[in-house]
Design a protein around this ligand. Sequence first.
Ligand SMILES: [Zn+2]
Length: 132
Amino acid sequence: MQKNFICPFCSGQLYLNERIVLSAQKHDGTRGLILLTPELGDYRAIKHPTFKIIAGEHIDFYCPLCHKNLMVERNDKKFTQVTMIETGDEFEVFFSQIAGEKCTYVVGDDYFKAYGEDADENTNFWGVKPNY
Ligand SMILES: [Zn+2]
């Protein structure tokens, strides 16, 4: 299945060489590029070894093309949002901004799915219920 990931602001392609490319910034201002796998619920990230991230740290993610902050707030929790296009359908993908916290939500028209051991599968704060 062909997947693509684009910036929700500029629609620029973030998907390159089977990785999602994002610009990241820590609270101390340190920046680095992060490559994420397109497998939802897989939290292995590729980054330069000098860009160190400690579990529990809050990371801001930016579009590497338009430099907009990809953060969205839902129910007092901060998430990073990217748009996923899969076989012509569009989904919003939300993942935690806390390093090491494994929760990803995929939301489409009439579609909701949670991934990761820290995700609350019964959450309905997007107004939709899981449909598996
Ligand atoms: Zn952008």
